[in-house]
Design a protein around this ligand. Structure first.
Ligand code: HEM
Length: 482
């Protein structure tokens, strides 16, 4: 008989310790202004549903799996919250991320072809170019030097999104300008959203709103400049083809913009207008790089603190990455890398809460949720819920390899009921396949070339802003591998 193995010790990353008791409304509001993670308390991680009644609005936090599904599946009954549109409209116009109803349905149909599996595979070569550029930057770090990997991951994610949408590397002058203006925008956007969410419109931070609008206008002008020549050239070619009775021409860019330029509504035959294209490209840049950058940064923090996982990741990358051509098919061999990313998205879901409004009065558990109430679904809380996950705060990528033997639920059950880093239902993330392909490539590439180690005394502090980021960055020591 073999001796019983002691339970493996897993790294538990730091996060704001929840208060023992629910804070007062004022304390909650003030803490939320810094980071909504600070306003959580012990019971938030155990309850099925919570409520806060503010002078301007009722807020319900929904954690119970069947209710979560109900809210997420019924996009018309629980549309996206108005505060999202309010804060993001100056930048994203009426893009797919914030619209509701028929407008959203039409946009989703027109966007879907750009993110079909085959299309995502086609842009793999561009992702690899960005990953190669990242390796060159990492190789330039002196042996054992400290490098902010959050900055590095933001750089590579922005580079990937610009190369795949617009065929521009981040180093090009216009792309760099877009990136810098986005940085300024991101600082202000959460502060603009919060008073609207709490129904406290009189508390609007006008200075921040002005700065946010200035940055948004600058980004849109830059994006317009990048899109205009290709849009006009394609429209002219289309016009000629229509006059000659020949099929619609192919836009040769080979990027996501090319698909967005060519796509037509099956019913009306209309494509995106120029204004709509600018909205969608601005949105894709924001939704597509900020989220991936957040998740890949946390993944590196986690593996740096779990050296055994990091070594196995290196071995896996050494086996499968060299010789990877333009076909991402081989990425399916990277099982550990996939599980590391899955576990990172559980512990640090970039979109930590999803805000909806109730379109009509409806019952939920023993409560009556009135029309106009805010309904919040938090992947952060649900994926660390004490009754839905075994060892909820531990980093254990291997839990997905033995899915059955966990308590209180098997991992399979937890995944089915309580895992939604990409959302759920009709508004599920359109870029999930893109993000998974990108993360497998980037994380394995990092693990192949360097070994990361924590910097003594530096503990990244998670803060909930547009995504979940580290307030003090993710500084890690970089050791070159031969
Ligand atoms: C790890 C990376 C990512 C995560 C965790 C993530 C997460 C999410 C989540 C949670 C939603 C749903 C929001 C809601 O229901 O309120 C969403 C929607 C969306 N995401 Fe992502 N995302 C990621 C990467 C991407 C990428 C790479 C793109 C595009 C290139 C993208 C484009 C979008 C779009 C367009 C929507 C709106 C879909 C709709 O409303 O129909 N995302 N994402």
């Amino acid at each position: 008989m073999t001796a019983k193995q002691p339970p493996a010790q897993h790294f538990c990353p730091h996060y704001p310790q929840p208060a023992a008791k629910r804070p007062s409304l004022l304390a909650m509001f003030l803490r939320k202004r810094r980071s909504w993670l600070d306003s959580l308390y012990e019971r938030s991680y155990r309850m099925k549903m919570g409520e806060v009644h503010l002078p301007g609005v009722d807020v319900y936090m929904v954690n119970e799996p069947p209710l979560v599904r109900q809210v997420m599946e019924q996009a018309d009954a629980f549309p996206k919250h108005a505060m999202l549109g309010e804060a993001l409209r100056p930048l994203l116009g009426d893009s797919i991320f914030t619209t509701n109803g028929e407008t959203w349905r039409r946009q989703r149909e027109l966007m879907n072809p750009s993110f079909e599996a085959a299309r995502v595979k086609l842009v793999f070569g561009r992702m690899r170019d960005a990953a190669d550029a990242m390796v060159a930057r990492l190789k330039a770090v002196p042996e054992g030097g400290v490098h902010d990997m959050e900055v590095e991951m933001t750089h590579v994610a922005a580079d990937i999104i610009l190369r795949t949408i617009l065929s521009r590397p981040l180093e090009s002058a216009e792309a760099l300008q877009v990136f810098r203006a986005f940085e300024r925008y991101q600082e202000t956007a959460p502060r603009v959203m919060m008073p609207a969410f709490f129904g406290l419109r009189w508390l609007r931070p006008w200075g921040q709103i002005r700065r946010s609008r200035q940055a948004a206008a600058e980004i849109r002008a830059l994006i317009e400049g990048l899109i205009r020549p290709r849009h006009d050239a394609y429209q002219a070619a289309l016009h000629q083809a229509t006059a000659a009775g020949t099929p619609a021409p192919t836009e040769e860019g080979g990027d996501i913009l090319a698909t967005l330029l060519m796509v037509r509504d099956a019913k009306t035959g209309q494509g995106f207008s120029f204004e709509e294209l600018v909205d969608q490209v601005a949105m894709l840049f924001l939704a597509g790089h900020e989220t991936s950058a957040s998740a890949m940064s946390w993944a590196l923090h986690l593996i740096a603190n779990a050296p055994d996982v990091q070594e196995r990741l290196h071995a896996e990358a050494a086996r499968h990455l060299p010789g990877l051509g333009d076909d991402p098919g081989q990425l399916k061999e990277l099982a550990l890398s996939r599980n590391v990313f899955r576990e990172t998205l559980r512990l640090f879901p970039p979109v930590g809460f999803l805000a909806r409004e109730s379109a009509s009065t409806c019952p939920m558990r023993d409560k009556t949720v009135k029309a106009g109430a805010s309904v919040v679904i938090s992947p952060w809380l649900i994926q660390r819920h004490r009754e839905l996950w075994a060892r909820p705060d531990a980093f254990d990528p291997d839990r997905y390899a033995h899915e059955e033997d966990q308590q209180p639920l098997s991992t399979k059950e937890s995944l089915r009921k309580a895992y939604l880093p990409f959302g759920m239902g009709p508004r599920v993330c359109i870029g999930a396949a893109f993000a998974l392909q990108e993360a497998a490539l980037v994380l394995s590439t990092v693990a192949l070339h360097v070994r990361l180690a924590p910097v003594p005394g530096h503990v990244p502090e998670p803060v909930g802003r547009l995504t979940i980021r580290a307030e003090n960055g993710i500084a890690l020591k970089v050791h070159q591998r031969a």
